[in-house]
Design a protein around this ligand. Structure first.
Ligand code: ADP
Ligand code: ADP
Length: 210
């Protein structure tokens, strides 16, 4: 199964992708995670994109498209994949069409005030990228990753000033992809406002009904 997860920052794409990856035995490709790994490893790509991520702006299409092209050409993607956070612009979506077919584009629908609460309480394990929420999905010990024991961090772009810009960028550049994929008959709308388990079950049923 080849899928795109669409929805605003904080909609729960990464959380549901972590479950879907296990349930369906497919690869989870998060462009945000790939950029954060490059920044952490101080690669050329990382140096190029660091300030862009910190500001909550989009990395140029050419850079992002090339990174995804290389990733989905890897043999582990043959059985299927979830693209989480890509495409984010019409140019990226057009490029993706030239790279692969898709079975579904899951559109997670979540009210803006919920998204803001989710983003501002999000915490992350710096080495594994595992996601928590201070209220909705806390670790067993406050501030500590359940498995690695590392201190959790708040992503710099999850601070309030940057959240506002990211949501504007989403409305301007990414939300038009909902119509783009609806016209292609690929959109599966999922109410993302319930618990992760509930959202996963809604999606699973919708995908099985395709
Ligand atoms: P979230 O899950 O909160 O939406 P991501 O982890 O997907 O955030 O992305 C973090 C940042 O990485 C984005 O704000 C943007 O700067 C950059 N980024 C990720 N994916 C893309 C993309 N497809 N095109 C351009 N920039 C991207
Ligand atoms: P995205 O990848 O779309 O940016 P995440 O999966 O990182 O979103 O989720 C954003 C925050 O909201 C995280 O802190 C996560 O723990 C929390 N979260 C995700 N899904 C839900 C949900 N269904 N209910 C409550 N909190 C959630």
């Amino acid at each position: 199964m080849k899928m795109v997860f669409l929805g605003p920052p904080g909609a729960g794409k990464g959380t549901i992708a972590a479950r879907a990856k296990e349930a369906y035995g497919i690869v989870h490709i998060s462009t945000g995670d790939l950029f954060r790994a490059a920044i952490k490893n101080e690669t050329e790509l990382g140096k190029k994109v660091k300030a862009i991520l910190a500001a909550g702006d989009l990395v140029p299409d050419s850079v992002t498209i090339e990174m995804v092209r290389q990733r989905i050409a890897q043999p582990d993607c043959e059985k299927g994949f979830i693209l989480d956070g890509f495409p984010r612009t019409v140019a990226q979506a057009d490029a993706l069409t030239g790279m692969t077919g898709l079975d579904a584009v899951v559109n997670f629908v979540v009210p803006k005030e919920v998204v803001v609460r989710r983003l501002s309480g999000r915490r992350m394990c710096p080495s594994t990228g595992r996601i928590y929420h201070i209220e909705f999905g806390p670790p067993k010990v406050e501030g500590i990753d359940d498995e690695t024991g590392e201190p959790l961090i708040q992503r710099p772009d999850d601070r309030e000033e940057t959240i506002v810009n990211r949501l504007e960028v989403y409305d301007r550049s990414t939300a038009p992809l909902i119509d783009y994929y609806r016209q292609k008959g690929l959109i599966v709308d999922i109410d993302g406002s319930g618990s992760p388990q509930h959202v996963f079950e809604l999606m699973d049923a919708a995908l099985k009904a395709l």
